[in-house]
Design a protein around this ligand. Structure first.
Ligand code: PMV
Length: 432
């Protein structure tokens, strides 16, 4: 028996990946770059166990067993790993994985999930990078954006041009400690599963959007260079402006898709207006935004302006009465925000009435390291590879939902939350 437990962060792209030139290998039509989010706030933990006593490979996602045979993306990752190493030849593997944040809601849960799975299997099978970024190609076949979650800090995914995908891999542009002042506010507008999966949305976009083709060929290459330069120089205004423009262009390609796809909603659009009003009130770019394939806003801000930005969010998008306590994941930050208050002039620049309860909760977080090996004391499985009853993951702000997704065809949502997950694990353990 051999066992490895890892944690992997999620990541938020500031130049977006959207569109595949090869859907089997997840080869993109453009390069992309992201910040790795601090795992203390959003992460996937995965334990893999190999044993000659296991008759089949098995997989538990947030306490529920998946039919691994039907999960093509997981199968692809297993096949790639086993194709590279004869270690544990003939042995089967059990995978137990848990997310501490909502799934498939535009918070890049599949990025954290597939990065964790690939990293854990690579460690179990003693795989090493044959060249820089080599192992990120395994995460990439699970979910494209997952390749960027293996490393910390600021991470590019170079599109490459080889047909076998060996040059389409992740590259760390700068480590997490390069720009420690850069912080993030994630405004969770919805933690429901998105209506159109990234895979389906991208395919229709590639097939129908001339704007997407133009973006990939003409816009992104220059933006990648500018974005990396802005990050290296820690030029917040350039960084934030590029991120906003790229998010807007990505969502424009969604509208240009036929039939169109809408990931943003009215709340997302109000947040966009709010950010521009905030910057007008401050007389400089102090806040940026980016939106993935969902309505949730990811705001970019420097540490010295984070309390002021959060104060403005609290003033214009306050929680429902009674929901204040869990609204921000770091209570001290909420106190700091209330002490500072929003910038003078914001109310005039953003004349919309406060929208109560439209944002469910806020994560205040920052940039962190990539996938890491955890101590065996944090294993999610016992020595027989069966899911353990674990302490509940940190409660994500006002949400009780703990869910993990590794496959678009069979996403799991434990709507009853962490307590239900524990109950399911207990039942599963009793059945075995
Ligand atoms: O990796 P996927 O298939 O979940 O696609 C991710 C797409 C975006 O999140 C919208 C952009 C990105 O680069 O992460």
């Amino acid at each position: 028996m051999a066992q490895v437990t890892v944690a992997s962060p999620t990541n938020i792209a500031v130049i977006k990946y959207w569109g595949k030139r090869d859907s089997k290998l997840n080869l993109p039509i453009n390069s992309s770059v992201s910040i790795t989010i601090n795992q203390a706030d959003l992460r996937t933990v995965t334990t893999v166990t190999a044993s000659k006593d296991f008759p089949t490979d098995r997989l538990w996602l947030n306490g529920e067993e998946e039919d691994i045979e039907k999960n093509k993306r997981v199968q692809k990752v297993f096949a790639m790993v086993r194709g590279r190493s004869s270690k544990w030849a003939g042995m089967k593997v059990h995978v137990v994985s848990i997310n501490n944040f909502p799934t498939a809601a535009g918070l890049a849960s599949s990025a954290a999930g597939y990065a964790a799975l690939s990293f854990a299997l690579a460690k179990l099978y003693d795989l090493e990078d044959a060249y820089p970024g080599d192992l990120s190609t395994i995460a990439r076949v699970g979910s494209g954006s997952a390749c960027r979650s293996l490393a910390g800090g600021f991470v590019a995914w170079d599109m490459g041009d080889k047909a076998d995908g060996t040059d389409s891999c992740a590259r760390q542009v700068a480590p997490a400690n390069h720009w420690p002042e850069l912080q993030v506010l994630i405004l969770v507008v919805s933690d429901k599963k998105k209506a159109v999966s990234s895979t389906a949305g991208m395919q229709t976009a590639v097939d129908t959007s001339p704007l997407l083709a133009h973006r990939a060929a003409k816009v992104v290459p220059a933006r990648m260079v500018e974005m990396e330069a802005a990050y290296h120089k820690k030029d917040f205004a350039a960084f934030a402006q590029l991120a906003m423009q790229d998010s807007n262009q990505f969502h424009s390609t969604c509208l240009d898709t036929y039939p169109p796809i809408f990931y943003l909603n009215d709340v997302s659009r109000a947040v966009i207006q709010f950010v521009h009003a905030f910057n007008t009130a401050c007389g400089e770019v102090r806040l940026g935004y980016t939106f993935d394939a969902g309505p949730n806003a990811v705001l970019l801000v420097l540490k010295q302006h984070a309390p002021q930005a959060l104060a403005a969010v609290l003033a214009h998008f306050p929680p429902e009465r009674g929901a204040e306590a869990g609204y921000v994941n770091r209570p001290a930050m909420r106190q700091a925000a209330l002490a500072v208050g929003p910038p003078a002039g914001l109310a005039a620049a953003f004349p919309l009435e406060p929208q109560v309860g439209v944002i469910k909760y806020v994560y205040h977080t920052d940039v962190g390291p990539g996938a890491t090996i955890l101590d065996s004391s944090e294993a999610l499985a016992d020595s027989a590879g069966m899911p353990l009853m674990t302490a509940p993951p940190p409660r994500p702000a006002a949400s009780l939902s703990g869910a993990l997704e590794l496959c678009s065809s069979s996403r799991l949502q434990l709507a009853a939350g962490v307590l239900a997950a524990a109950a399911v694990l207990a039942v599963a353990a009793r059945k075995k």
